[in-house]
Design a protein around this ligand. Structure first.
Ligand code: FCB
Length: 452
């Protein structure tokens, strides 16, 4: 019987975020954005979401039952600092209770400080396009570290800086709805500075803390591997979206392509104790700048053309191997699939974890895997059209349904690895991907037999 065993002490988790889980976060810019007709795909608003502000503990029990030893959540800036310089002690208390609750269950928290949403007051002051954001973020972070640092040792500064900057300032889909390359460049520079300021602020109050960024890495490959045009487009997208930020916070310099533009020295050099990686898949690009249609399960076919991704587990292996150049431990801070049927998710989980295992065998220093997510979440401007949970959520009744992927994840965690039997039971069609490192996209037509 073949088996892939993970290193002793490997961290098994799920990832979540404040706005997508807590409910009633009405003092942030995303809440305001959702209320405007036309902004959210299914015309929904986040409302109560999974009601974590009142009862996260019931889901922490579910997490403990799965055997998780870590959980990633974010703290909501708009709750903790509802007005500039005004701190809400009741909100800090609630987070203390939640964090305690995790520790009591043997679950180590990882905390993200910025996960897309901003206090309304910050948005009114120009948000991330205003250089003052760096100072505001630094003050907020240093306060949070002082108040919660005894309960948190691993901090993620900013979740997916490029995705946030692009969605909010270049594509105009998220608040403040701007469409400007100039704003995008500015925001990205402010993010690198804010990350660096936060890194130093945390270390000042908590020298032993682990601080890193949570970086989205999207695969870009040429549709026609030998065509120079396709190769060029893929290489450019890869350089711009995947490596710019990580290079900036490693070298301290924020460079634009071809050596153009900003080469300003930052205080950002070496501000990474670990690298957080969110990985969902890849796109294959053609020169004419449009994605190639790829087979995708119904709720993966996100309406934004350039996120019409292909499920490509081997891409995670490839990124993990490339990340070795930064010489830092890697936490896989997000990886998951929108699949309300749960037909494809078990194979997705097994194939990605197998690639993590292969990368570790080949020298990658991967310490943790956080599946996105525990319970169906409110998916930003996709609203409730995408279901990422190991548990399904009925938003009317708040009832949870355990999906078979949750049971599979529990088995994986208990075994600290993957066995041939698990693959045979849950996704026999990917046996080669799991045990022979096959470099191909995951088939999305899971058979009904797999689901049985
Ligand atoms: C990531 C986000 C997370 C969630 C997942 C599906 O890009 O960080 O909040 O929306 O995608």
């Amino acid at each position: 019987m073949r088996r892939l065993t993970f290193p002793a002490g490997f961290l098994w988790g799920v990832a979540t975020s404040s706005h997508q889980n807590e409910g009633n976060n009405h003092n942030n810019d995303f809440w305001a954005w959702e209320q405007i007709p036309g902004h959210v795909a299914d015309h929904s608003t986040s409302g109560l979401v999974a009601d974590w502000w009142r009862s996260a503990e019931a889901d922490f029990d579910r997490a403990a039952d799965l055997g998780l030893n870590t959980l990633r959540l974010s703290v909501e800036w708009s709750r903790l600092e509802p007005q500039p310089g005004v701190w809400d002690s009741a909100a800090f208390d609630r987070y203390r209770v939640m964090l305690h609750g995790l520790h009591e269950r043997g679950i180590r928290p990882m905390v993200t400080l910025h996960h897309f949403s901003n206090p309304v007051w910050l948005a009114e002051r120009g948000g991330w396009a205003n250089p003052a954001v760096v100072r505001h973020f630094e003050r907020y972070v240093s306060h949070v570290a002082a108040e919660l640092g005894d309960l948190v040792n691993v901090w993620g500064t900013i979740n997916e800086p490029y995705i946030y900057a692009a969605m909010a300032y270049m594509l105009g889909d998220w608040p403040p709805g701007q469409r400007s390359l100039l704003q995008l460049a500015k925001v990205m520079r402010h993010q690198a500075n804010a990350h660096a300021a936060a890194y130093h602020a945390i270390h000042q109050v908590q020298p032993g803390a682990q601080v890193g960024v949570v970086k989205h890495l999207a695969g870009f490959d040429p549709y026609r591997p030998l065509w120079p045009g396709d190769r060029g487009v893929a290489a450019l997208m890869d350089a711009l979206t995947n490596w710019r930020f990580l290079d900036a916070i490693t070298s301290g310099r924020f460079k634009l392509p071809l050596g153009l533009g900003l080469r300003r020295n930052l205080i950002a050099q070496g501000t990474n104790d670990f690298i957080g990686v969110n990985y969902y898949g890849r796109s294959r690009l053609r020169l004419h700048w449009r994605d190639v249609p790829v087979p995708a399960p119904p709720d993966l076919a996100w309406p934004v053309p350039w996120v019409n991704r292909e499920i490509y587990p081997r891409g995670l292996y490839r990124f993990l191997m490339k990340l070795r150049r930064y010489d830092r431990p890697v936490y896989i801070t997000e990886n998951g699939l929108a699949d309300s049927t749960d037909l494809i998710r078990p194979g997705f989980l097994l194939a990605h974890l197998a690639n993590v295992h292969h990368a570790i065998q080949d020298g990658a220093d991967v310490r943790a895997y956080y599946h996105w997510t525990l319970v169906d979440n409110y998916e930003w401007t996709e609203g409730w059209t995408t279901r990422f949970g190991l548990f399904g959520l009925d938003t009317e009744t708040q009832a949870r349904t355990m999906r078979r992927s949750a049971r599979l994840y529990r088995e994986i965690i208990a075994a600290n690895g993957i066995t041939e039997e698990m693959v045979a039971n849950h996704a026999p069609h990917i046996m080669a991907q799991v045990f022979d490192s096959a470099d191909e996209p995951l088939p999305v037509e899971a058979s009904e037999e797999d689901a049985a």
